[in-house]
Design a protein around this ligand. Structure first.
Ligand code: MF3
Ligand code: CO
Ligand code: CO
Length: 274
């Protein structure tokens, strides 16, 4: 049974699977945190170039987050010591910034989560480094479509399975693999909260969407098969078959009539080419 609770700004929030329903103050908080996330991702566009290290990009994310009056939610999260995740080519998610440089032809996901005034703005986009092969560009384009098709399902009365099903259908129509090991999640004053937002599923199944629900949709789509494995570092997830993987993420809130995307780019830099 899915439990819902209407939360007030000052409530202590249980982590017991209860789905929180937020009011206007929550929408306002998420709008600000989401806007900062989007501004950071916008600012990275001209910096994602061959030769740049992923650590240099992480430094920019940290500085912009702090300058925006926020802190990177990933810094110190479960022992993670960086301000974002940077996932290159066959890395599915949770790539750790390092002295590794970006190369011509790479496809790269950068995932940021500023924590601003108690609210988490969680978002990621893909970037193309120099000249990228058509099949990789196509994967990136379809992955963005998967995110937006998922978001189109997000309205009161729909179910989470409707979102997963729409994403899965779109990806599998191109014979891409949908990653099952990682899901979207409730978001708000908690970084990762209930519900689990699956990216593959059956229509009409799963928790019902209600106004005031905040969650991410963040499909990871592989050029090859769905399975992933985690590297020795305990974080980096890669495709088992070493095929390319792409991901986009937005944080959204369910409204009376549909949804609001908290992390939309204010300058129209939604997906490549930027
Ligand atoms: N931002 C990621 C997400 O979309 C979570 C990263 S947690 C980290 O949920 F510790 F790996 F950074
Ligand atoms: Co994220
Ligand atoms: Co997320």
């Amino acid at each position: 049974m899915t439990e819902y609770m209407t939360v007030d700004d000052n409530d202590v929030l249980p982590r017991d699977g209860t789905i929180k329903l937020h009011g206007p103050a929550g929408f306002d908080g998420m709008r600000k945190a989401g806007r900062l996330a989007a501004e950071i991702l916008d600012a990275l566009v001209p910096l994602v170039q061959p030769g740049v290290t992923t650590q240099a990009l992480d430094d920019v994310v940290r500085q912009m987050t702090l300058d925006g009056g926020a802190v990177p939610a990933t810094l110190g999260y479960r022992g993670y010591t960086h301000s974002c995740c940077i996932s290159i080519n066959h890395v599915v998610c949770h790539g750790i910034p390092s002295d590794k440089t970006l190369k011509d032809g790479d496809i790269v996901n950068i995932d940021v989560t500023p924590l601003l005034d108690g609210w988490h703005g969680d978002s990621s986009r893909m970037y193309l480094v120099g000249d990228v092969a058509l099949k990789a560009r196509r994967l990136v384009e379809v992955t963005y479509e998967c995110l937006m098709i998922g978001i189109e399902q997000a309205r009161p009365g729909a179910r989470l399975g409707d979102i997963g099903s729409a994403i899965q259908n779109h990806a599998e129509r191109q014979r891409y693999g949908v990653v099952r090991e990682f899901c979207g999640h409730g978001v708000g004053r908690l970084f990762h909260d209930a519900p689990e937002v699956v990216h593959a599923g059956r229509p009409g199944t799963g928790p019902e969407l209600r106004p005031g629900m905040f969650f991410t949709i963040e499909p990871m789509i592989n050029l090859g098969k769905p399975p992933v494995k985690i590297l020795e570092d305990g974080w980096t997830a890669v495709t088992r078959d070493r095929s390319l993987s792409a991901q986009f993420e937005h944080s959204i809130g369910i409204t009376e009539t549909g949804c609001e995307i908290f992390t939309a780019s204010p300058t129209g830099l939604h997906s490549p080419p930027y």
